[in-house]
Design a protein around this ligand. Structure first.
Ligand SMILES: O=P(O)(O)OC[C@@]1(O)O[C@H](CO)[C@@H](O)[C@@H]1O
Ligand SMILES: [Mn+2]
Length: 422
């Protein structure tokens, strides 16, 4: 239901920007706009009428892996019928739609790098600005006396900011098919009342991992070397991740944070390099004292190499993460350098667990099927029907109380896996 609506909005966005393309590129811009819309209308028709999934033709670095994946699907389903939209795994065709949107633009220079989701992402940031400033104010308050805090006080703050980042994942524009979905109130006030909606809470295990990774650093202080954050959505969610990352670095819990974003516009609201830089610049430019102080600090962390931003085409392919070691060994090796990897959001959870119809009581470790480059934790609000690691009877109870618990975004998990303790 959602995908055709999203495609229609994409077409409308391109059309609304016709004048901008004309001003920038003249008649060539108008031709590109028409061509891109025609490709996207064709795509919508293919999707709605269960046509075969087609090979990509745009010659990007990931075109070949995508086309190989199509062959893989074809082999899996047998060679009688072509792989088509309704008869293929949801995870695969949903990812494929976003890659085809990118292809439609890429094949049409000069508008190839137009981000069709940019308007929604920036709007969602501006609509959350009060909540953003409340978070920045809170963070600056913590940082004033962070040196004097005991380990248990640090744990309390860590747990709180993990939850803020967790609930930040409610604000995604894909689940709402692009409808406005921002954070209006300060999330800090509602953490207590949201606690009962966290179905699995492994925060203490995450904390123990961070603490046991503390080594004596060059500064003469003990710290873990590196925490990686596999980002999800721009807008409010990204700010919650930056706030958590700032806390980790400024409290000395981690020396470095590596962020992982997307190379192309993805699932409506996911973070690209441009969104990442824009969000930090925008926060810096805010006329709120603590907001701009945070923005300046974040820019400084990037300049000093304490924060790094990476992207890799694997994040915008349809593969489950247990395929990462063979299919993207360089990315797997990068993640192996982290003391802890945080995976944000629902799509990452689907890829961690392979989006299978697991029994809810199957363990997270089992569902990962060997994926474990480093200790890892999923921070995810539930929006798709896969959930593992629950207690016996927990899933049944939820189904009877709230039948759409797996998809309505009201529930969440903080789920941890340590490959070293297996
Ligand atoms: O990964 P996110 O941003 O938490 O969620 C992405 C999402 O909204 O998009 C799909 C629905 O179209 C689902 O995978 C999931 O519910
Ligand atoms: Mn997302």
């Amino acid at each position: 239901d959602r995908l055709p609506t999203i495609l229609t909005k994409v077409i409308d966005t391109i059309h609304r920007n016709k004048n901008k393309f004309f001003e920038e590129y003249g008649e060539e811009g108008i031709q590109a706009e028409k061509q891109a819309i025609s490709l996207l209308s064709k795509l919508r028709n293919e999707l709605q009428t269960d046509k075969p999934v087609l090979a990509l033709t745009d010659g990007l670095v990931d075109t070949e892996p995508w086309n190989q994946y199509l062959h893989r699907q074809q082999r899996l389903q047998g060679d009688q019928e072509p792989v088509s939209w309704f008869k293929s795994p949801w995870l695969y065709v949903e990812c494929y739609m976003y890659r085809r949107i990118h292809e439609a633009l890429l094949l049409n220079p000069p508008i190839s790098d137009f981000d069709v989701f940019n308007e929604g992402k920036t709007q969602s940031f501006f609509e959350s600005s009060q909540a953003v400033m409340a978070l920045c104010t809170y963070l600056e308050g913590i940082k004033k006396n962070v040196e004097e805090l005991s380990e248990s006080q640090l744990f309390e703050l860590f747990s709180k900011l993990v939850q803020v980042s967790l609930w930040g994942n409610k604000c995604d524009l894909s689940i709402s098919a692009g409808q406005e979905n921002s954070q209006k109130a300060s999330p800090l006030d509602s953490l207590n009342s949201l606690q009962t909606f966290i179905l699995v809470d492994d925060t203490k295990r995450v904390w123990s991992t961070l603490i046991s990774a503390q080594k004596l650093g060059q500064s003469g202080k003990t710290t873990a070397d590196r925490v990686d954050i596999v980002l999800d959505n721009a807008g409010f969610e990204l700010v919650t991740d930056l706030v958590l990352a700032d806390f980790l670095v400024s409290s000395g819990l981690a020396r470095q944070i590596h962020f992982h974003g997307k190379t192309i516009p993805w699932f409506v609201s996911d973070v690209t390099a441009k969104d990442f830089q824009w969000t930090i610049r925008q926060t810096m430019a805010s006329n709120h004292k603590w907001g701009s102080k945070c923005g300046v600090q974040w820019q400084g962390y990037l300049k000093d190499g304490l924060w790094r931003y990476h992207d890799h085409p694997f994040w915008t392919q349809p593969h489950e993460f247990c395929d990462m070691a063979p299919d993207a060994p360089d990315l797997y090796a990068t993640l192996q350098g982290a003391d802890l990897v945080l995976f944000k959001g629902d799509l990452n959870y689907r890829k961690l667990t392979g989006d299978r119809d697991w029994e809810h009581t199957v363990s997270f470790d089992t569902a990962l099927r060997g994926f474990g480059p480093a200790p890892l934790c999923s921070l995810r609000t539930l929006k798709a029907n896969v959930q593992v690691g629950l207690q016996p009877g927990q899933g049944e109870k939820l189904t009877s109380q709230d039948p759409s618990w797996m998809t309505n975004g009201k529930y969440a998990v903080i789920q941890f896996h340590n490959p070293k303790s297996e």
